[in-house]
Design a protein around this ligand. Structure first.
Ligand code: GLY
Ligand code: MN
Length: 496
């Protein structure tokens, strides 16, 4: 019925999908663009081949109410659902039956009331066919399918839920208490999904490049607006507007602050002051949900002081070191540690550190200045697949996480492979509370010159971040143009 009523020039929704005239489809039916049908079929096939047996359940996300049920946050689909089943709408689930080589798409067709409020929508059958799934059912049927599999003592693999409604749904489907359901997630499935999503396909790299182009616009705009008397909130708001104007949103809550010594500072309440540094860590999620994540730190007013330049150039050297080292076969943990040595050497040259650099880094003394890791994977999530567990994404049997302060915050340590997309984000921060604590505790006094460090307590922090694709030969930046980063290039663009 719905199908008949909504024909355009005798074409079905599906034929519009298949036509080159997808623009008309999108205009009328508000469906976000996606990859070719075959892309999703191949991904699910590859997933099946990596798994032993049972059923794979991939839940999509639902609307999340902000202050009352109908006033929702901007919808964001689950990234693994996007990867395997493509559609960015609430209320869907996908099942892959490994043993019987079947795939199912679950969701509810809209009724007339929905059409009146939301406009015409494609049927679930059409949506399923668009991503190469021939069997589709109303959402309620999911419970029968999962219940039947469980009653036959078949394994039902699901990913760790991070939204509470899906925890409750999983309780409903499996009988496992919502509060415990995460601990029953399938490690086999997690590992299989990570192995696929970690290596980006060309169509994904193209999307990441596009997201980085939006990032370029955001960051160069922030540089131009960074003047004394301008509020952090104003610039942060403009950046969010730029991301939104390209059809989606920022890839995470923008960090924009003259107090960059706080690593994830989401407070934008200050008015920029001459002499401070503005740290902007911000990214875009493009219309197809791929992310960018860049950080630049620039002098308010456009001219670095000598002291700022000294620290800035150390961080810049760290960044260049990472780019020089990042290539297939090398562990990101070793890149992180080599970068930390560049940081420690630079700080030793300035008199803030002392002693043997290798020993200082092995002891973790440099972490006073850089208490975070060099970077993380990026893709459909800005911290790609973090919901699946960092231990499975950034580490493996060979490279294990550390519990040493600083190194423990490295999200990605394992060997790089062509197709990985990584962030490279060294920093140097002067965190007064941490300096006071370490000094009081006599921490690393062989390597730290506390009397000199004391003078930098009003400095703030510097972080520089780019996104790189690991190529067979080494690495390349993602996006068309690199956001200005050298001192002279930053000062030049800030003259505008
Ligand atoms: N850009 C924010 C982060 O990587 O945590
Ligand atoms: Mn980052």
């Amino acid at each position: 019925m719905f199908f008949q009523d909504t024909r355009i020039e005798n074409k079905t929704f599906f034929s519009y999908f298949c036509d080159s005239n997808i623009t008309i489809y999108k205009l009328l039916y508000n469906i976000t663009a996606m990859f070719e049908t075959l892309t999703y079929q191949k991904r699910r096939q590859a997933l099946r081949e990596r798994m032993s047996n049972g059923l794979i359940l991939i839940l999509g996300n639902n609307e999340a109410p902000a202050n009352y049920p109908d006033n929702t946050y901007k919808f964001r689909q689950d990234s693994s659902f996007l990867y395997f089943f493509g559609h960015s709408h609430p209320g869907y689930a996908g099942v892959i039956d490994i043993d019987n080589n079947e795939e199912y798409f679950f969701g509810n067709d809209v009724d007339m009331d929905d059409i009146i409020w939301m406009g015409p929508q494609p049927s679930i059958k059409e949506l399923a066919e668009r991503v190469g799934v021939s069997k589709s059912f109303p959402f309620d049927k999911l419970k029968d399918v999962i219940g039947k599999a469980l009653s036959q003592r078949r394994k039902v693999h699901f990913l760790p839920p991070y939204r509470y409604d899906n925890m409750m749904l999983l309780e409903d489907l499996t009988g496992i208490k919502a509060s415990m359901v995460k601990t029953h997630a399938s490690v086999e499935l997690i590992k299989a999904v990570v192995s696929l999503r970690a290596v980006k396909e060309q169509c994904e790299i193209d999307e990441i490049d596009k997201a980085c182009n939006i990032g370029y616009e955001m960051h160069t705009t922030a540089m131009r607006l960074c003047k004394p008397g301008v509020s952090e909130q104003y610039i942060a708001g403009i950046l969010e507007g730029i991301a939104a104007s390209h059809g989606s949103m920022t890839s995470f809550a923008t960090i924009l602050t003259q107090n960059g010594q706080t690593l994830h500072n989401h407070d934008h309440s200050h008015i920029l002051q001459e002499g401070r540094l503005m740290l902007t860590d911000a990214g875009a999620e493009n219309i197809n949900n791929y992310c960018s994540d860049h950080t630049r730190t620039v002098p308010v007013g456009g001219k670095f002081t000598q002291r700022q330049k000294d620290i800035y150039n150390i961080v810049y050297s760290c960044h260049q070191k990472a780019l020089e080292l990042a290539k297939p076969g090398i562990t990101y943990k070793s890149v992180h540690l080599d970068v930390c040595k560049v940081l420690a050497q630079g700080l030793k040259d300035l008199g803030l550190m002392k002693g043997n650099i290798d020993e200082a880094v092995a002891a973790g003394a440099h972490a006073l200045f850089m208490p975070h890791g060099l970077g993380h994977m990026m893709g459909l999530d800005v911290h790609d697949m973090e919901d699946l567990g960092q231990i499975y994404v950034g580490y493996d049997d060979e490279v294990r996480p550390s519990d040493q302060f600083g190194l423990a915050s490295l999200r990605m340590g394992r060997r790089l492979q062509p197709g990985f997309v990584m962030t490279d984000e060294p920093g140097c921060y002067f965190i007064p509370a941490l300096i006071d604590k370490w000094r009081a505790e006599g921490m690393h006094t062989d390597f730290l010159n506390y009397d000199v460090i004391e003078k930098y307590k009003d400095f703030g922090g510097i972080r520089l971040e780019d996104d790189i694709l690991i190529t067979p030969e080494g690495s390349r930046f993602t996006g068309e143009k690199r956001i200005p980063i050298k001192v002279e290039d930053v000062e030049e663009i800030m003259k505008d």
